[in-house]
Design a protein around this ligand. Structure first.
Ligand code: PBE
Length: 301
């Protein structure tokens, strides 16, 4: 269903792109060299430690069309500001983008560039990983973690609401839990209440991950757990679960985004499978840019 709506969105975006009337296009006559030069052969990226940053560096290596390009790394917030500025001026911009992310709610007229080499993969999923030994030490916690599974729409609901109202994701997540008792019942089925068992969820700082961790914290606390959430870099998150410092994470994007981290630790944690299917990463541009594929860009020579 999500894939379907993504496809519809992309078709709509392509139609919109076809009717583009930006001053940039008029001046440059949809000339692709114009776009590459206009963005100064630069992709506007996010945090250096993100999986999408590592993957984009691979894309720059893999595509001749990205030869000599730079990935500007700063933060998700800084990227959002750049995107906002470009969209208002209808100027070209190329960002590292992903779903679920509220950017697509704010700017529905954006599109993923085709990736014929498949560097960014197809559909991603977000998996739950637990430290070795958690199942024996804290079986009730392990079982809830294993039973936690939700939909893209659920996660997005929390992210959009928080972004719209400015209310903290943790607060919005609490309300979501109160309003979705059917789902919560499934996750907690067969779980006995505990008395203050401590659980440390290790996570990353993005809204998507803040949403999932906050929801599970609330659900587990209703069962008597004491849950802390530690947001860290992707590398530290994997290290911490593999080393047994943190109990679990809900934030592993696979098979592509966190592949390198996953592969280097894969014997040192339990993979509990997907808690969400239908995520995606890639290079994203405003629909008014008359360009479809990474291969339509021009090398910096
Ligand atoms: N993201 C959002 C993260 C994971 C969650 C796609 C920006 C990344 O590591 O790239």
């Amino acid at each position: 269903m999500k894939r379907f709506s993504l496809v519809i969105g992309l078709i709509a975006a392509l139609v919109l792109a076809g009717c583009g009337d930006s001053s940039f296009e008029q001046k440059n006559d949809s000339n692709e060299t114009g776009y590459s030069k206009a963005v100064n052969y630069t992709i506007t990226g996010i945090e250096p430690g993100a999986g999408i940053t590592v993957t984009t560096e691979k894309a720059i290596e893999a595509y001749d069309s990205l030869h000599g390009w730079t990935l500007e790394q700063s933060s998700t917030a800084a990227m959002a500001i750049e995107l906002d500025k470009a969209m208002k001026a209808r100027k070209p911009i190329i960002i590292t983008g992903w779903n679920p992310h509220w950017t697509f709610a704010k700017y529905p007229d954006m599109k993923y560039l085709e990736d014929p080499k498949g560097i960014y993969g197809g559909v991603e999923e977000i998996r739950t990983l637990a430290r070795k030994g958690l199942q024996e030490d804290k079986p009730e916690a392990y079982k809830i973690l294993d039973q936690f599974h939700w939909e893209v729409e659920d996660m997005e609901e929390i992210m959009y609401e928080s972004n719209e109202t400015g209310e903290d994701i943790a607060e919005v997540a609490k309300k979501w839990v109160a309003n979705n008792s059917d789902k919560v019942k499934e996750w907690t089925e067969g779980i006995n209440d505990v008395d203050g068992v401590k659980i440390e969820l290790v996570s990353t700082p993005w809204d998507s991950e803040r949403a999932s961790a906050s929801v599970l914290k609330e659900v587990m606390e209703q069962k008597g757990f004491q849950v802390s959430i530690t947001p860290v870099d992707v590398a530290v998150m994997f290290e911490s679960i593999a080393g047994g410092d943190g109990d679990a994470t809900l934030a592993a994007w696979l098979p592509i985004t966190h592949k390198d981290f996953y592969d280097s630790y894969k014997d040192d944690f339990d993979d509990l499978g997907a808690n969400l299917e239908g995520a995606k990463i890639g290079l994203v541009v405003p629909a008014y840019m008359d360009i479809d594929s990474i291969e339509d860009l021009e090398p910096n020579e």
